[in-house]
Design a protein around this ligand. Structure first.
Ligand code: SAM
Ligand code: SF4
Length: 328
């Protein structure tokens, strides 16, 4: 039973841990990775499953972290991922994963059996030619089939994440709503954030929460659901056919209720997606540091958390890492 909470200087209690298990990916989405791909981390740089489990255990047992999300790069390209899932599931928290869905036909049953509770699948278009242009992979059918496989495996609900970009897929909002309602999936629309590897983001490409909700609500009337600490603002269909969410990091930042901390694939601990600093935990982990010392490092990083990102301010400086290295 945790005896302490991870509280920052603004009184925010941290309960949600995001773990990136690799920086590698089999896709190269235009808003996330450069066309030429990245220089992948050397495998010896990556935390081992035992190291990840130890850090997660300290966070759960000492500080009451109650939600863990596995992400990447693409988490399913990490070999033997189900072994890690079994270890993390044994900690007893809610355990979720964000994936591009391309390997779910092969993996969904094993992921479920290993103890994964929830899945988010990223899908930004329902049109094959656009999918190829946006991900640089001709894999739309594979992802759609992967979502079916995840439904068959019993994941419920499945959330589908779509990054909405002006002039690229903003004409598909209603198509996505219709498609998801028909299948019992929950759409999560994400405002495009300045974390693209090419650093080409501009505010003009952002499609706002207001526009997304008005566009879908005009066809399928919606009402707001009361907000929690979760990043998405939620809206339910008045006809009872489920809900949508919008992650409005750009136009309606939710920093004041943020309860997330992040562990990078090579052991970098950060207190915010947009933070400029992160702490390398490997020297403590690999140099014989005790659990008490790790707990002190966690306390220190969280205590230093800022009030929030400044995306819409002139002095905003984006972090050096892009989304594929940060995990979303
Ligand atoms: N590869 C997995 C996937 O695509 O779901 C997990 C990692 S990916 C970086 C996590 C999430 O970040 C995905 O939902 C992706 O769409 C989102 N994402 C990537 N780049 C983004 C950006 N510049 N703005 C907003 N969301 C972004
Ligand atoms: Fe890979 Fe996910 Fe980034 Fe696309 S969004 S390039 S699938 S890490």
């Amino acid at each position: 039973m945790a005896t302490e909470q991870l509280v920052d200087g603004f009184g925010r209690v941290h309960r949600d841990l995001r773990i990136s298990v690799t920086d590698r990916c089999n896709f190269r989405c235009t808003y996330c990775m450069p066309e030429e791909g990245m220089d992948w981390l050397d495998r010896s740089e990556l935390l081992t499953f035992e190291e990840i489990e130890r850090l997660a255990r300290v966070l759960v047992e000492r500080f009451g972290i109650d939600s863990i999300r596995i992400t990447g790069g693409e988490p399913t390209v990490r070999a033997h991922l189900t072994v890690l899932i079994e270890k993390l599931a044994a900690l007893g928290t809610d355990l979720a994963m964000t994936t591009n869905g391309s390997t779910l036909r092969l993996m969904a049953n094993d992921l479920c059996a290993a103890g994964l509770n929830r899945l988010n699948v990223s899908l930004d278009t329902l049109q094959a030619d656009r999918f190829l242009a946006m991900t640089r992979r001709d894999d739309l059918d594979k992802v759609l089939d992967g979502i079916d496989a995840a439904l068959d495996a019993g994941f419920d609900p499945i959330k589908v994440n779509a990054v909405v970009m002006r002039g690229e897929n903003d004409d598909e909002l209603v198509d996505f709503a219709t498609w998801a309602r028909d299948r019992g999936l929950i759409m999560r629309f994400i405002e495009f954030m300045p974390l693209d590897a090419d650093e080409a983001w501009t505010n003009r490409q952002v499609v706002s929460l207001t526009e997304i909700v008005e566009t879908i609500g005009a066809v399928y009337p919606l009402e707001p659901v009361e907000r929690t600490s979760a990043p998405a603002s939620r809206f339910r269909y008045l006809d009872g056919s489920g809900e949508i969410g919008v992650v409005a990091s750009v136009t309606q930042s939710f920093c004041e209720s943020c309860d997330r901390i992040r562990l990078g694939a090579e052991g970098q601990f950060r207190n915010c997606l947009f933070a400029h600093d992160e702490l390398d935990l490997r020297p403590a982990l690999r140099g014989g540091g005790s659990d008490d010392e790790l707990a002190d490092l966690f306390r220190g990083v969280v205590a230093d958390k800022w009030a929030g990102h400044q995306i819409n301010k002139v002095h905003f400086i984006r972090p050096r890492k892009s989304m594929s290295q940060l995990g979303g």
